[in-house]
Write a protein that binds this ligand. Structure first.
Ligand SMILES: *Cc1c(COP(=O)(O)O)cnc(C)c1O
Length: 396
């Protein structure tokens, strides 16, 4: 018997059996055409998931954080200016990385729970007549607060200022779960990792580069060795890497992209929206609020739920782990102790979500919160009853 429950953290996410097994491979020669048969279709699959016809796809043995570093070091030089909004722990960490690389960061301080203020970006880009800003950073989905930002609006701000800055998007907790349009949004570098929407173990940084970002590489002087995209490009041309690739994870990534594309990207996004809507119905029934300030900001991959003043939200997460063996996400940074997070991305169904909602409910009642057992579950059930099953019917 297994005591394994689904996890409700916003990454690493639950793994479908077939994808987990695809990572379990015998050793192959990673400098042989056999590896090329995994590498090239996996990269093509990622390109399709990004909705791009042209992005150059790079896959490093790393995580999303290594993806940030790949984006910065391959396109910028020490002293360059970048523009970034800080509205949660992940945008904060990316800004911190920029500063450690001796980049100048023009920071737009944004209340946690709000999205990227594209109008502020537009003003600052318009004011930057000398084009000192070389790159605009955007965290598509702030995993700490459950807030999604409008990347098309950020692109529109850059265009309205007629500004040549590159657009870098952290899509670590959105790509492969929420709509992401590399080409249509004019993204120059997109960053993600293997352990969120791709439903794999951690271990891969996954990136798309536009031609403009590849061009910027020629004059970029920040030091890089492990994350050098030129070394990687040479490796790919020989069905290989500049070093030893994580072959099993790459094989898993190939199956993950096939699985997502077979379900259909729009169906994947609709499923995430449906599951998230059920969670939001439960939160509403509990009489609680999300950290996301307005409904248009609500993430379809993670819900950060505010608990009443004086209550330590982290206790819910600790209690869920200790008593029920279920993992939720704690609040990070400014919202530590104020929110707990339900991750609902990746391999997730309505029925799995119901078990997470039911568990969160038991914990809150155990800890003395004024919540009626079954209230959130019933609200989510009503929502799912009315909308579930479409994916199963489509697949049949
Ligand atoms: C998880 C996450 C990261 C960090 O990725 P790691 O794989 O943990 O390095 C960065 N940005 C966002 C938005 C994330 O959700």
């Amino acid at each position: 018997m297994s005591f394994q429950n689904p996890v409700f953290i916003p990454g690493p996410t639950n793994m479908p059996e077939a994808i987990r097994k695809a990572c379990d491979m015998p050793t192959i020669d990673h400098r042989s055409p056999l590896f090329g048969q995994i590498l090239h279709p996996a990269r093509a699959g990622v390109q399709e998931v990004l909705k791009s016809d042209t992005a150059e796809i790079f896959i490093f043995p790393s995580t999303g954080t290594g993806g940030w570093e790949t984006a910065l070091t391959n396109t910028l030089s020490a002293g360059d200016t970048v523009l970034a909004a800080r509205n949660g722990m992940f945008s904060h960490r990316w800004i911190d990385m920029c500063q450690r690389h001796k980049l100048q960061v023009e920071i737009v301080e944004t209340p946690w729970g709000h999205g990227i203020p594209a109008d502020r970006y537009a003003e600052m880009l318009k004011a930057d007549k000398d084009h000192k800003i070389k790159a605009v950073l955007a965290t598509h989905n702030e995993t700490a607060t459950g807030v999604k930002s409008d990347i098309a609006a950020v692109r529109a701000a850059i265009n309205a200022a007629n500004h040549p800055a590159l657009l870098f998007v952290d899509g670590v907790s959105s790509i492969a779960s929420m709509d992401f349009q590399f080409d249509a949004w004019g993204v120059d570098v997109a960053v993600t990792g293997s352990q969120k929407g791709f439903m794999l173990p951690a271990g891969l940084a996954i990136l798309g580069f536009s031609q403009k970002a590849l061009d910027a590489n020629r004059n970029a002087r920040l030091p890089r060795t492990f994350f050098d995209i030129n070394d990687m490009t040479k490796g790919y041309a020989a069905n290989a890497y500049p070093y030893t690739p994580a072959v099993g994870l790459m094989n898993g990534l190939l199956l993950a992209t096939e699985t997502l594309l077979k379900e259909g990207l729009e169906n994947v996004f609709a499923r995430h929206n449906r599951i998230a809507s059920g969670v939001r119905a439960a939160v509403d029934a509990w009489g609680l609020n999300l950290c996301a300030a307005t409904p248009d900001l609500q993430s379809d991959t993670v819900s950060a739920i505010l608990t009443p003043e004086g209550f330590n939200a982290t206790d819910i997460v600790t209690h869920a782990a200790e008593k029920y063996g279920v993992a939720f996400g704690v609040g990070l940074g400014e919202v530590a102790g104020k929110v707990f997070r339900i991750g609902h991305l990746g391999s997730m169904t309505d029925v799995m979500a119901l078990s997470g909602i039911a568990t969160a409910e038991m914990c809150m009642v155990d800890l003395g919160m004024d919540i009626k057992l079954g209230s959130g579950v019933a609200a989510a059930q009503e929502y799912y009853r009315g909308s579930a099953g479409q994916a199963l019917r489509d697949a049949a």
